[in-house]
Write a protein that binds this ligand. Structure first.
Ligand code: PLP
Length: 378
């Protein structure tokens, strides 16, 4: 995708806040637990490399991604720490994982059978590191019965080109006040772990929510995602036990400001008509940037004032109702702080009836990402 460097619309990320968010959580996480930073989906839209570097400053000892390509991107850019790929990688590409010292997820016997069938045709110099995934109640990938888990663990341990490096599960409701299902998953995971003759180097179950509200589940490693970016995993359902600072802002500028008469239609479909003379500002951002079309009627900040998004959001532009005339080039904050007022990713998500994870991940590569303290980094 082509990035719009010559347009005043930007994502601004403060890597220092990411470092601080991890350090403040470190204080409530048992010291013997390692933290792996989850930087999939381009670091939840924040930029994987900048996030990885900020996380390393806070002492994380590894990373999690979803895709082989995301892991390769980290390696190509000098990240040498352990990297776990959380999704299953097509076995035909496992030479790449092995060459790059990447750990991969084994989520079922069928996948393992395919690996065994292909392993002699792959170039595996060092044993391929595998993490067995247990489905303790997420219903996604993973082993969920004792026998198949034991069988897979045995096959991996016996195979000279495979190494059982980890075992893990993922919670579906760690971010909810009702603990019942979380406890059910936890005990399912523990029971399955107890059936194995020995445990591998990494045992992990906790995402951000489990680390924040459940004394980090069971295991010796935390897979920390959303909280490191400064966002509350529960949205606004649960109170955070530590202070987190959102690391991302989305800003633009007014590129046109005009006083339109009453009864003027604004944007496609004429879904908004002025009922009196109004100052209308145009902002160069749209749904092709990941700013959802469903945000019509939501607001942005201009000089600390909330301004409604009027008319349909276009692919590249949107219009706002201004309380008065503002000069061209005036800053518009779509996510973040503007003169003491805040529009948070959570506010945006609430309006769009989604979660802040999605709002951040959807911000497209059309938007330049500026890192405070490293202004020239892309
Ligand atoms: C398997 C797994 N672990 C950890 C995480 C990180 O979760 P969070 O961002 O809620 O901390 C995710 C995120 O989707 C995940 O899929």
């Amino acid at each position: 995708m082509i990035t719009g460097w010559h347009r005043p619309t930007r994502i601004i990320v403060d890597p220092q806040k990411i470092t601080e968010n991890i350090l403040s959580q470190r204080k409530i996480i048992a010291p013997d637990k390692e933290i792996f930073a989850v930087v999939k989906a381009n670091g939840y839209g924040h930029g994987d490399l900048a996030v990885a570097k900020a996380a390393l400053k806070a002492g994380v000892t590894g990373f999690c991604v979803a895709l082989l390509d995301e892991a390769l991107h980290l390696r190509e850019n000098g990240i040498t720490e352990p990297i776990l790929i959380l999704n299953m990688v097509d076995p035909q590409f496992l030479s790449l994982a092995s060459e790059n010292n990447l750990s991969v997820t084994c989520g079922n016997q069928e996948w393992l059978d395919q690996v065994l069938a292909q392993i002699n045709h792959l170039s595996i110099q060092k044993p391929l590191k595998l993490h067995l995934k247990i489905d303790s109640g997420m219903g996604r990938i993973g082993f969920f019965d004792e026998k198949s888990l034991q069988k897979a663990a045995q096959i991996i341990s016996d195979h000279p080109q495979l190494e059982l490096e980890g075992i893990f599960t993922h919670f579906a409701t760690a971010d909810e006040a009702d603990e019942e299902y979380y406890q059910h998953q936890l005990s399912t995971f523990k029971k399955l772990l107890d059936t194995l003759p020995q445990l591998p180097r990494y045992v992990h179950s906790s995402n951000s929510a489990a680390a924040l509200w459940h004394e980090a589940g069971v295991g010796n490693m935390i897979r920390m995602g959303i909280s490191m970016y400064g966002l509350n995993p529960s949205g606004s359902a649960l109170v955070l036990p530590v202070n987190l600072q959102p690391a991302l802002e989305l800003v633009s500028e007014l590129i046109q400001v005009k006083l339109v008469p009453a009864d003027t239609g604004i944007s496609y479909g004429k879904t908004y008509t002025t009922d009196c003379p109004q100052w209308i500002g145009t902002v160069p951002i749209g749904y092709a940037d990941g700013y959802l079309r469903s945000l019509q009627g939501f607001h942005v900040l201009v000089e600390g004032e909330l301004c409604e998004i009027v008319g349909r959001i276009n692919m590249d532009q949107l219009m706002i109702h201004l309380p008065k005339k503002f000069p061209l080039g005036t800053k518009v904050t779509l996510i973040g702080e503007n003169r003491g007022k805040i529009v948070s990713a959570q506010d945006v998500a609430d309006f769009a009836k989604t979660i802040h994870y999605e709002i951040c991940c959807l911000l497209s590569d059309r938007l330049p990402r500026i890192y405070l303290g490293e202004r020239d980094q892309k």
